[in-house]
Design a protein around this ligand. Sequence first.
Ligand SMILES: Cc1cc2nc3c(=O)[nH]c(=O)nc-3n(C[C@H](O)[C@H](O)[C@H](O)COP(=O)(O)OP(=O)(O)OC[C@H]3O[C@@H](n4cnc5c(N)ncnc54)[C@H](O)[C@@H]3O)c2cc1C
Length: 473
Amino acid sequence: MNTAVVVGAGPNGLAAAVTLAAAGMTVTVLEAAPTIGGGTRSGEAIVPGLLHDDCSAIHPMAVGSAFLTGLDLERYGLSWRWPEIDCVHPLDDGSAGVLHRSVEQTAAGLGRDGARWRALFDGPSASYDTLAQDITRPLLHIPAHPLTLARFGVPTVLPASALARVFRTEAARALFGGVAAHAFRPLHLPLTSAIGLGILTAGHRHGWAVAAGGSQAITAALAAKLADLGGTIETGVRVDSADQLPPADITMFDLAPTAVADILGDRLPSRISRALARFRYGPGAFKVDFAVDGPVPWTHPAAARAGTVHLGGDYAEIAATERAVNAGQMPQRPFVLVGQQYLADPARSVGDVHPLWSYAHVPHGYTGDATEAIIAQIERFAPGFRDRIVGYRTRSTTEMSCYNANYVGGDILTGAKDIRQLVFGPRVTLRPYALGTPGRYLCSAATPPGPGAHGMCGANAAEVALAALRARR
Ligand SMILES: Cc1cc2nc3c(=O)[nH]c(=O)nc-3n(C[C@H](O)[C@H](O)[C@H](O)COP(=O)(O)OP(=O)(O)OC[C@H]3O[C@@H](n4cnc5c(N)ncnc54)[C@H](O)[C@@H]3O)c2cc1C
């Protein structure tokens, strides 16, 4: 029987492991941390019983993932919950951009911009499941559905700032801008619309879901599926050198590209080793989890019903803060994302004490403490919030990269989404998963289709590895 080793038990490592085990391979996963899951772990931290997502929380890309839905993970305990409202972007004048799963309902709330929102998202979201067959693969490929892809793809090449100008109301501009900012890029650059449009389109089709019982439920379901297929997982095994790797027909790395260059060293073709070592990382995230007594006292009522709240002021302010963090400067008022997963999944709370998830965009490797800046941004749109804080826990960019070595300098996307890395992946190639040495592949979020708990990077990489193994036989 063929054997496979997967290094790293994040969602992509587990997805690769499941795909390889389902193809009949004997699979071993090696994970550095004491617990599996990488960016999909949850746990108690502040108040006993209060459940926090350690990293990923909101899953518009995972809930409709062709890979995850194809595994029937409900059998292994994964179930999705949807908040009443997907996302709210409040503004200082008391108005807000309000994102519903329904394009129509969102458009209805955007007044003069309703027709434009509809024009942008109606078609692509209706055909999202078809579109996903193309956009969840390496970008450069022969499209399965060229017309659907072209219709979606044309606006993605625009800078987010150009697309934002299509809208006439500040609410629509900010709503779009806050989602575009998930790319952690200066929004005046080409292709910075792409990630925002992808998230918004997926969300209009499948909603901004959370996993019941925390994002750890995605991990637990994948691990249970793997166990059913005969795969094994060893935790507490940090792979730093190729000598630690057991012999295997296929070795998959759910790791940052620079880590793979370090581990494999001169066992890689030198041009590939050099390319991986040159891989670039983006700004960092500074995370604060709060225990909050009662609901957050949001000024805008829709924010009290939303799974996600984006705090960054109007479009111009978001664009300025994203530009600053990319230039290595910490803005006084950073872009902050707030998650209220407990609204959709109330079992995460303890009585009237609720877990609030937040992180701020900060410069790469930022060494300061952004806690006060995050609290101030929440206070700005929810006066009185500070008095409701029961306790909190922080994770700086350095602590983020200790928690998970893939988040270099606190970069939670596992790599800057600049034009080159967005289009090609970890290096300039049409084969982004290949490492140029037989049987070895990269499968982390640094590869297409990129970050998220959808497992598509791992599944795609494993399919490529299996095809190559069959061809070698
Ligand atoms: C704070 C935060 C918030 C986020 N929010 C969201 C969100 O709301 N929605 C969303 O879709 N995505 C979100 N993400 C991103 C998402 O979590 C990642 O894109 C996803 O987890 C990437 O999966 P992965 O399998 O590629 O890598 P990871 O999940 O990073 O897993 C990599 C695994 O490899 C292990 N590892 C690293 N080095 C070694 C080594 N040398 N040897 C052995 N094991 C090793 C790590 O411990 C880890 O378990 C967030 C991430 C963070 C950190």
